[in-house]
Every structure is written in structure tokens, then in C-alpha cells.
Design a protein around this ligand. Sequence first.
Ligand code: AVJ
Length: 301
Amino acid sequence: MHQDIIDGLLQPVARISPKYFYDQCGSELFEAITRLPEYYPTRTERTLLKERAHDIAQAVGAVSTVIEPGAGNGEKGRVLCGILRPTHFVGVDISTEILQEGMARLRQEQPTVDARAVTADLTNHLELPADIPFAHRLVFYPGSSIGNFDPPQALEWLRRARTWIDNTGGLLIGIDLPKELAVLEAAYDDAAGVTARFNRNVLAHVNRLIGSDFDASQWSHRAFFNTKASRIEMHLEADRRQLVRWPGGRREFAQGERIHTENSYKYPLPAFSAMLREAGFTRARWWTDERHWFALIHAQP
Ligand code: AVJ
């Protein structure tokens, strides 16, 4: 159980997968992040979706089923259903409770939508309900969630998404674009310290999962843009020497030693289009805000 966490902690440079951010508290902190003045992606994407709704609906065409991996509380899915009016919606997430509430709300607000909640860890195989239509599916992957993967994993993810649809289907994906350093770094190191709390919270979650004794108050939030890799990196840095134990293991951390907790890649549009083509999507249309900070892309086989 959770051997992957222990393996990560024992790497020369310790790491914890960003999927462990999202326990109950972490999911709430992430929602708070999306409302921060510095965190532009959610707001920019929402505005894009609203303002370009007509164009997007026209480009996407008829949709039977929207599949949203990492649907969270289902808020974005509900907005998209209002625009595209599919007959089915499949929300997929690791966090069951929040997702089920979101799908219940979607059914209530849009009774013509058959909304299902599928609990799955997206790093593993995804089992979709057998009775949802196969033609005219749309995979919806908003929020630049794909940014958490490194480019080979992102390509792999796009190839998998391609297997969930047939030639009549499509993908609507949000990606965060490279931009001024100060804007990027502020979005991941906000003045109110919410992102710092979100980052540190992963230690409390890991403690519960593997029985470790991390003292979150002894770790500092670090976030910076790695220009060469075109990604925001988040780390936790030990304020002083730490010995962390768990049943069957331990690790010593020197003062200043870091645990790498997240990458958030920022793809230029041409690079991302090339990746889409490599994954089997031959056609793409995109919409961006006037500052070119964020893009919504509709890709088809
Ligand atoms: C949910 C992965 C898109 O990378 O911007 C926000 C997560 N981390 N602030 C992102 C996150 C710190 C977010 N994603």
C-alpha cells in the first residue's frame, strides 16, 4: 500500500506525486487557490469558455457524452453541459465525495443529462461505464491539468484520451501558456500564502497514508519557474535537519534539502499542437484570451 510514496521519499531527490495534494483539505485549498487574485488560469479559462461559448459549440458540434477526467466538484463540467447539451456526462476523479455531490447537482440542474461519477486514479487504467454512447464523445480536460505531466507522460495521456473516443469524437483541453516570469511565479506563490498551505498539506496527507511523522511546520514552500524546462516547480524545503520515520523506514533530510512536489508545464501553442498530432489528433482549433495567457483547444482525430 502506497509503496510509490515511500519509493519517492527514498529517491536521491525526494519527491511526492502531486496527486497526493487532493485530500479533503487539499481539495478545499485548491478551490481557494482558484479564487486568488494571482491565480489567473481558472478565471481566464472560465471567461474564455463563457465568451467563446457560441464558437466552441459550433466547432465541437453534436456531443453525446462529455468525459471529464479530474472533474473535481463538477463545476466546469456543468458549465460545459450548459453550452453543449450532451445526453451523458461522465465525471472521473479520485476524490469520490466531492465528485458525487457535483454529479448530483448536474442531474438536478440539467435533468436531461445522465451524469455519472466514476472513482478512479487516472494514473491507472480507466474503466468507463459500458452503456455510454461511443460516437460523438468529447473528452474535456480543462484547467491545464495536463501540465502536471512531463512531456512524454502528457503525450501518453493524449494517446489514451484518443482511445476513449472514435473518429467522430474530440478533445477539449485547457493549457496554460508561457508568459512573463513574475506573473507565473506569483500564481504559485501568492501573497496570502494559500499555495504554501496547499503544498505543506501534502505532508499531512502522506502522514495519514503511510504513517509517517512529517512535521509540516518545519517545511517551507518554494515555487519558481524553470525556464529551460518551461515549468513551474514546487518544492518543500526543510527549515532544519529532519528525521522522518514511517513503519519500516526513515529518511534524514539536511537543512535546506527539498522534496519535489509538483511540476506545472507551460506549453507554447505550436509545441502543444505538435504533441496533439503525435497523439493522433490531426485537426485543432484554439481560443485564447487577449493577453495570450491561456488557451482552450478543440482537437479531433
Ligand atoms: C491543477 C495542476 C492545473 O498546476 O496550476 C495550483 C495545481 N498547484 N497551484 C496548476 C496547482 C499550485 C494546478 N493544476
